[in-house]
Design a binder for this molecule. Structure first.
Ligand code: FE2
Ligand code: FE2
Length: 237
């Protein structure tokens, strides 16, 4: 349904390049968190999988960065920077707010599964939206294979480590993601409201003060004025 919107978002090369750089940061950051998760877990299978996952995310960061650089190099030097619109077409969202210390193996797997699933859905849409830019589309297609693997291994491991609590943990992770979406939306609305209120203050409150200051300035003598001896300073204290 949103394919035309995504097509429009990705049609601007400058925006695409900026988005790829910000996606690369999220991937690299997620990779670092997964290395930490591998250090923290007592489960050898999970440790191996987390390390492989971290290497994948690092590779994704390199792929996004390389494609972003190639897009920027092909642009004229003084192209304008449009909004990235990452709230409509995000990268691997979820990996950006991973708190591995606060999670158990099972809750981390549930969280990762949902994040990877949502990333796989978004990246599949971008593969279609980027039909006019086959090189960038190919990058997403390549990364999508790994995201699908991440999505399935996290669910399989969640089923292994917590078979009875699987559904509950997935629901908890879903609610957590919903809450974060709500917070993101509210902070975006607060940002817009803040800009509107400050603009109104500028045009409504400042003019009277400017008027009063100008009127007061008219009564002030111009230039340096001699100070009478009784008002001059005797000491700096
Ligand atoms: Fe990734
Ligand atoms: Fe991933």
């Amino acid at each position: 349904m949103f394919l035309p919107l995504h097509r429009w978002i990705w049609s601007d090369k400058q925006r695409s390049a900026r988005k790829l750089f910000s996606f690369a940061e999220t991937e690299a950051d997620g990779g670092r968190d997964l290395v930490r998760a591998a250090e923290l877990t007592d489960d050898p299978t999970l440790r191996r999988l987390y390390v492989r996952h971290a290497l994948d995310e690092d590779r994704h960061a390199q792929l996004f960065r390389a494609r972003g650089s190639a897009l920027l190099r092909a642009l004229p030097a003084r192209a304008a920077t449009p909004f990235q619109l990452n709230w409509v077409s995000p990268g691997e969202r979820g990996l950006d707010d991973l708190h591995v210390h606060a999670e158990t193996d099972a809750s981390l797997l549930a969280f990762l599964h949902l994040s990877e699933k949502s990333a796989a859905g978004h990246f599949a849409t971008y593969v279609d939206a980027l039909k006019d830019d086959p090189a960038t589309s190919a990058v997403f297609r390549e990364i999508l294979k790994d995201e699908s693997f991440h999505m399935s291994y996290t669910l399989a491991q969640l089923t292994r480590v917590a078979p009875e609590r699987r559904r509950l943990l997935l629901w908890k992770a879903r609610l957590g993601r919903l809450w974060k979406t709500y917070l993101r939306l509210m902070s975006a609305i607060a940002g817009v409201m803040g800009s509107i209120i400050l603009t109104l203050q500028y045009f409504v409150l400042l003019p009277p003060f400017a008027f009063i200051a100008k009127r007061a300035a008219r009564h002030e003598p111009e230039g340096w004025t001699p100070v009478p001896p009784e008002r001059s300073l005797k000491s700096q204290y």
